[in-house]
Design a protein around this ligand. Structure first.
Ligand code: NAP
Length: 313
């Protein structure tokens, strides 16, 4: 019998060719859920994104649960999630860079009115005009100044936008004004011409993008939700767009994914919708992260990206 640790990879079986090669030579065995037979007591580690409810509880000797995404809300939604086992999330500079690219791209598309020029080109119309609002007057508010929010904020600040962010605790990131806690939420919103959500989905942040929040934004503000669909109250967004209070929105994440074909968000003229592609964990990078992380846990060390169960992120 092998004395090597065993990692259970819980991804669709069709994804196996994308993942398995990167674990070749790893100092542990890798089994694929739904393909390989295994004894639940023999699994030391799991790597997954949205594991089926109850699965993790059935693996009674788990040393650590790894998330292959930055967010862990799908794990903590499992009523039987084994909270005594450390849950480690994926933190990766490449993922943060790609998320920041998505945010910068959608801020610039809106700020530079690129879609109007696309429409003008389709009619062979020379629609030359100055930009209605200067970059220095376009204030960006980032909800969540964590791994990704900080990188996105720094990139936008480097482009000349005034950037401020909101988090639970006070931050000192270069070029980003820090707002912290409930008491500073309203003043943070009041100066956000763009509102970008990069919060984790927790019981405190679920539904935070709602009618009350939108009402505190300046007239014509633009909302980008790139965090989780559960942050947004979708009918409240549509109402705020239709009333003219909000200028538009870019959404990468939705309450229901894939977004059903009859959902009005698909066809709203002021909404840009993308299919949860802002950044996707790269199997090679993730496998290397897991190999290093298992070595760290096997040495008896606490992983720096362990989720705080009290906070839920
Ligand atoms: P993170 O490092 O955990 O940062 C979270 C930030 O939110 C922290 O600054 C935290 O404040 C703040 N926060 C949490 N709860 C708060 C509350 N109740 N009030 C105020 N601030 C609060 O998260 P991350 O790695 O940057 O990920 C951000 C989001 O991106 C997650 O929702 C993740 O799921 C999502 N994501 C989406 C995609 C995609 O493709 N669309 C890809 C990757 C990640 P403190 O620092 O003070 O604790």
């Amino acid at each position: 019998m092998s004395t090597r640790p065993t990692l259970l990879l819980v991804v669709p079986v069709a994804w196996a060719p994308l993942w398995m090669p990167w674990f070749e030579g790893a100092p542990f065995d890798v089994l694929l859920h739904d393909l390989d037979a295994y004894d639940p007591k023999a699994i030391d580690y799991t790597l997954s994104f949205r594991p089926p409810f109850g699965l993790l509880k059935s693996l009674t000797n788990l040393k650590t649960i790894f998330s292959l995404g930055a967010g862990v809300d799908a794990f903590l939604a499992d009523p039987e999630f084994p909270k005594s086992v450390p849950l480690v999330r994926f933190v990766d500079p490449q993922l943060s860079t790609e998320m920041a690219q998505y945010v910068v791209m959608h801020v610039l598309l809106q700020h530079r009115h690129q879609r109007d020029f696309d429409a003008a080109q389709a009619m062979a119309k020379w629609a030359q005009r100055m930009l209605p609002r200067k970059t220095a007057d376009t204030r960006i508010g980032i909800l969540g100044l964590g791994e990704i929010g900080t990188v996105a904020g720094e990139r936008l600040s480097a482009l000349g936008f005034p950037v401020h962010g909101w988090s639970r605790t006070r931050k000192t990131a270069p070029g980003i004004q820090s707002f912290a806690g409930e008491s500073e939420f309203a003043s943070f919103l009041g100066q956000s011409d763009f509102l970008i959500c990069l919060l984790p989905l927790t019981k405190e942040t679920r539904g935070i993008l709602n009618a009350k929040t939108f009402a505190m934004l300046p007239e014509g503000a633009y909302v980008i939700n790139v965090a989780r669909g559960g942050h947004l109250v979708e009918p409240d967004l549509i109402a705020a767009l239709d009333s003219g209070h909000l200028g538009g929105a870019t959404l990468d994440v939705f309450q229901t994914e894939p977004l059903p074909g009859d959902n009005p968000l698909w066809r709203h003229p002021k909404i840009v919708a993308t299919p949860h592609i802002a950044a996707i964990s790269d199997p090679r990078v993730t496998a290397n992260y897991i190999i290093d992380s298992i070595a760290l846990v096997e040495r008896g060390e606490r992983h720096p990206n362990t989720v705080d169960m009290g906070k839920g992120y």
